[in-house]
Write a protein that binds this ligand. Structure first.
Ligand SMILES: C[S@@+](CC[C@H](N)C(=O)[O-])C[C@H]1O[C@@H](n2cnc3c(N)ncnc32)[C@H](O)[C@@H]1O
Length: 368
């Protein structure tokens, strides 16, 4: 068995726990933004391509408690089999964090850690620093004097699925969008609406969830350069994932007032493999006030933190009106606009979530 750490955003831990358990692995520890678990080595590929809510999957090389002096720290780092993990020609990026520990100086942890690795690999020589080379990221975590030595197997954060090639003003992270779809309780046979869809992230994630498409798309993982892993690890897992995809008829509608949206969001959706599953359109949200809606509406309206966000009060009032008019519609709204609660007599459950650095609330209709 091998040890892993899957990091996530604050308040998404329960969803990550669920997706780890779904793969059949045992969770060993849960902290804020961090789920530790044990699994087979295949997990490196499987979890990286399947995690919808995680940020980075780390392979845990070693865990040692009561590490309180730099000599012991150096020896523990030195003791790892670095020649196996860092092939010749690779640069080492060392990152360190320390919380409630005697060894709190992260710059020293980084410098000493790198020295220990260099000593093991090249004797008294120096490791390559060239950023242009392939990189292995080694992360040192000190917490309550427990040292963990980790290898970043994902590379860039897993929310970067790779389908959103065209940028947008305020795109939501893909793993947050996936979380909103799940938290909203949408049932795949019902219609799903996003009436402020921007780059289409919520609709795209919904379509991928409904069709059981692995969230990974068009991206590279750091572990693809790890020569010590069994051959074809990624290829095998990708083939298994492809065999699990569903096709079917889904009613997913995503609209935005911006006219260019059809092009941008729909292109993203095709890159994600769900271009034929979503209907995009350009339309003012007000047009929905004249319609009867059933199904589930999940959306992220402009909430006033950006210069171009105008009429935020009116928009939130209208959203509340739309929900009051459509008793059969379930809904979930993420917003940082605090007055939303006062504008309506809606019954909802709310939970805190971060959209990037912005603290928001996700309001979900309370079912009778
Ligand atoms: C916070 S952004 C949504 C971002 C989106 N979740 C994403 O991941 O890209 C809010 C969106 O509301 C749209 N919007 C603003 N006023 C609108 C209106 N009257 N009707 C429909 N959409 C509107 C903006 O164009 C913007 O794309």
């Amino acid at each position: 068995m091998h040890n892993f750490l899957l990091t996530t955003s604050l308040w998404l831990e329960a969803l990550v726990k669920h997706e780890v358990k779904k793969q059949g692995w045992e969770i060993t520890e849960v902290q804020d933004k961090a789920i530790y678990f044990q699994g087979e080595i295949e997990q490196i590929a499987r979890m990286n391509i399947w995690s919808r809510f995680g940020n980075i999957l780390y392979y845990v090389l070693d865990t040692e408690s009561e590490v309180t002096d730099f000599d012991s720290y150096f020896d523990i780092v030195f003791a790892q089999d670095w020649k196996k993990y860092i092939p010749i020609g690779f640069a080492v990026h060392m990152k360190a964090t320390s919380l409630k520990s005697e060894l709190w100086a992260t710059s020293t942890l980084q410098a000493l850690g790198k020295k220990a690795i260099a000593k093991k690999i090249v004797g008294d020589g120096i490791l390559s620093e060239d950023d242009g080379l392939w990189v292995i990221e080694v992360r040192i975590l000190m917490e309550n004097n427990t040292l963990r030595i980790l290898l970043n197997s994902s590379g860039a954060g897993l929310h970067k699925r790779g389908y959103r090639e065209m940028t947008w003003d305020a795109p939501m992270k893909e793993n947050l969008a996936a979380a909103l779809v799940v938290l909203s309780g949408w049932k795949y046979k019902e219609a799903l609406y996003d009436i402020f869809c921007g780059s289409g992230t919520i609709a795209i994630e919904a379509a991928m969830i409904a069709r059981n498409i692995a969230p990974w798309r068009r991206r590279k993982f750091a572990f693809e350069n790890w020569s010590w892993l069994p051959e074809n690890l990624l290829k095998i897992e990708v083939e298994v994932a492809a065999s699990k995809e569903f096709t079917g008829m889904y009613k997913i509608y995503a609209t935005d007032i911006r006219k260019d949206i059809q092009h941008i969001a729909s292109r993203n959706a095709w890159f994600a493999g769900v271009g034929d599953t979503i209907t995009f359109g350009s339309q003012d949200y007000k047009s929905y006030l004249r319609r009867e809606l059933e199904g589930c509406l999940v959306t992220n309206p402009p909430y006033g933190l950006r210069l171009e966000d105008t009429n935020v009060d009116q928009i939130h009032m209208d959203i509340a009106k739309l929900f009051e008019q459509n008793k059969n519609l379930s809904w979930g709204v993420i917003t940082a606009f605090p007055e939303f609660e006062k504008l309506s007599k809606l019954r909802y459950k709310k939970r805190k979530l971060y959209n990037g650095w912005e603290m928001c609330y996700f309001y979900k209709k309370e079912q009778n």
